[in-house]
Write a protein that binds this ligand. Structure first.
Ligand code: HAM
Length: 440
């Protein structure tokens, strides 16, 4: 009897494979993010994917879309209610409190990068598992730190050559917001018939959500209603003015946008989103978002700890780079060989070269030299080392500079040392050319 064909499996709806074709883009985004974070003195933090569900209920908000509709939550085998993190700020503050980071020099500057989960309606740029990296500066109330976060955000997109605008607003602190909500609720009630069904429900529980609803009727209601900036107290207004002045100082491309109220409850004062330049507001899928959350640590059982941060979405940024020809990093060396003896020696050579920090590609299972050189070309290796039968006997190895087309014979015992010198010289040359603007 024939064996039944096994079932084939597909991705779960809303999930996405990051395929090798995206490698160059992802690598560029990740490396740019890490370099930026480290150059501004941010330390890496990694919190677990699973957290107590209540952590998000208490921080992101019971009536937020994330908590009401989008969390992957379940009861674990021990009976605890846990959720796969939908965002990174609340877990980081949990960790800050739990590990007594308040005793360290403030602000504590942290950065992170990893997967997050929201049971969202999937489409291009919106997934149920997505990746964010973010920067959080915890323990400082001065508006100059808001400017630092905005500066980093802007610098990141400048480095990648993605034109953006930072849509900025102030949510005030809870007292300002309470006054605004009352005024807005009264106004929106008078326009109830224009609201979508979701927003009719939001009118009572969470009227702020009407402001960032994408439905046309709700947008009309929101744009002609009261604005939160007109309800800010003196302290919140001064803070906001300072942030904008600092942004002007470093030419951050911001746009005042009263509709940026954000979908997470913990925000206070400065709030912002990163929008790709030239996209219609209705089609907007923000590339990033952030703001101050001065009350979050206290809400989670810690001491009063003002803080601000931003998170940027990798998938959406990657989509913005899709038409770019991003060069993968060239391997330093390709090793080609002929014959079993040479092949054996190559293993040791690869070990020695990679141990010295060089990147090495090979096709040791192939025996045809022409095929191997074709692969070396395809991989755009800077140098090719060729070890044939003659070289084995002479204890030499051939080094070919692929850009110059020049070849030289090296003493096999000195090969690693000599190749390292060539690779380093190549690095210096590329750096000089870049600095002189002759190459990218
Ligand atoms: P958020 O605006 O909810 O903020 O998310 C930040 C970014 O994550 C979005 O701008 C977007 O690029 C990306 N993102 C969100 N949901 C999805 C999705 N379903 N698919 C693909 N990308 C998505 C936060 O999460 C806050 N924790 C940001 C923050 C940090 N505030 C202060 N510090």
């Amino acid at each position: 009897m024939r064996k039944p064909k096994p079932k084939s499996y597909q991705l779960i709806r809303g999930m996405k494979d990051v395929l090798p074709q995206e490698d160059a883009r992802w690598d560029m985004i990740n490396k740019t993010a890490e370099k930026l974070a480290r150059s501004f003195g941010y330390d890496y933090i990694e919190t677990p994917i699973l957290e107590d569900t209540n952590l998000f209920v208490r921080s992101v908000g019971e009536h937020s879309d994330i908590v009401e509709k989008e969390m992957f939550s379940f009861t674990d085998k021990g009976g605890d209610n846990v959720s796969m993190r939908p965002e990174g700020t609340a877990p980081i503050i949990r960790s800050y409190i739990e590990h007594g980071m308040i005793r360290e020099m403030q602000p504590v500057r942290l950065w992170y990068n990893g997967p997050f989960f929201r049971y969202d309606r999937p489409q291009a740029g919106r997934y149920r598992q997505f990746h964010q990296f973010g920067f959080e500066a915890i323990g400082e109330i001065d508006p100059i730190i808001d400017a630092e976060i905005l500066l980093m955000t802007n610098q990141f997109f400048k480095k990648l050559g993605i034109p953006i605008s930072i849509q900025i607003n102030s949510n005030g602190h809870p007292e300002c917001r309470a006054k605004f909500i009352k005024a807005f609720q009264e106004y929106a009630r008078s326009k109830r018939s224009m609201l979508c069904e979701d927003c009719k429900k939001r009118l009572l529980k969470n009227p702020m959500r009407i402001i960032d609803c994408k439905e046309e009727g709700c947008q009309t209601v929101a744009s002609s209603g009261p604005q939160i900036v007109d309800h800010l107290c003196e302290d919140c207004r001064t803070h906001f003015t300072r942030v904008l002045e600092y942004c002007d100082e470093v030419s951050i491309p911001y746009v005042l946008n009263p509709r940026i109220v954000r979908g997470l409850d913990y925000y206070t004062k400065t709030t912002f989103e990163v929008w790709a330049e030239g996209e219609q507001e209705a089609a907007q899928m923000s590339l990033g978002g952030g703001g101050r959350y001065d009350g979050l640590a206290e809400d989670l059982g810690g001491r009063t700890t003002p803080a601000i941060g931003v998170a940027l979405g990798l998938e959406r940024i990657s989509l913005k780079l899709i038409d770019r020809q991003i060069q993968k990093e060239r391997p330093d060396i390709f090793i080609a060989q002929l014959g079993e003896k040479a092949r054996r020696k190559c293993l040791g050579l690869i070990d020695a070269l990679t141990s010295e920090g060089m990147s090495v590609v090979s096709a040791l299972s192939k025996s045809n030299l022409k095929n191997q050189l074709e692969i070396a070309n395809k991989k755009a290796a800077k140098f090719v080392l060729i070890l044939g039968q003659k070289e084995i006997v002479d204890e030499t190895i051939m080094l070919r500079d692929m850009d110059a087309g020049a070849q030289e014979l090296l003493d096999f015992r000195k090969a690693v040392e000599e190749v390292k010198k060539r690779v380093q010289a190549y690095g210096v040359l590329v750096k000089d050319l870049k600095e002189s603007g002759l190459t990218k």
